[in-house]
Design a protein around this ligand. Sequence first.
Ligand SMILES: [Zn+2]
Length: 210
Amino acid sequence: MRARKSERGGVVTPRVVQRRAWSVAACLWGMVVAGSLGGCSAANLETRWTQDRGGVLCDARQDRVSGVCGKLLRAWLDYELTIEVLDSNALDAHIWPKGSVYLTRGLIDNMDDEELAAAVAHEVGHLLNDQSGQALASLAGQTIVCNEESYADLLGCRLLERQGIDGRAMIRLLQKVERCEQLSASRRVQMAKRIDLLNEVYSYETQQDR
Ligand SMILES: [Zn+2]
C-alpha cells in the first residue's frame, strides 16, 4: 500500500490506518463495557443474589421478623436497614452493606424470637466491624476467617445485652445452626469453635461476677 495525504494534511501510512482502526475498536469496546457495567449496579447485584437463593418471601414471617428485629435495628444503627425473608430452607442470615438484612425461611421457622434477634445482631456486628463497608457477610460464615465470625458473635452478644436480651441467645442460635444437616463439615468445625469461645467468655464473666 502506498502512503497518501489525509484530509488534515498528515501522511496516512498503512500503519497509521491500522492504529486508528485499533483506536476506534477500543473506543467501541469501552462503550460496550461501560454500558453493560452501568446496568450492573449494587442494587441489581443484590436482586440477582436474592433470586439465586429462592427470592424474597412476603408472608407472615416478614411481619414476625419486622416486629422482633425492626426496633433493634433502629436502636443499633443510625440509618434504616430493611429486613427481608429469603425463601430458602438453609439456616442462615446475610447482610448487604447499605442494603438489607436477609433471614432465611428455615432460620425463622426454627428459631425463637431471641435467637432471631441474635442472628440480626451477628449481622450488625459484621457491619460495624467492616471498615470498608463493602463486604457481604453471613451467619454461617462467608469466608474461612473464623476470627471475623467470632468478633461478629461477640459484638452481637453485646448489642443484644444493650437492649435487655440475654446474649447467650447467640449460643443457642449457633448450636441449632451447627446441628443443621446442610452445613458443610468445615463450617461445622468453625461453628463449634465459635460456640466454645462464647461459652468460655460467658463462663469467665460469670466467675468474675461472683
Ligand atoms: Zn458471620
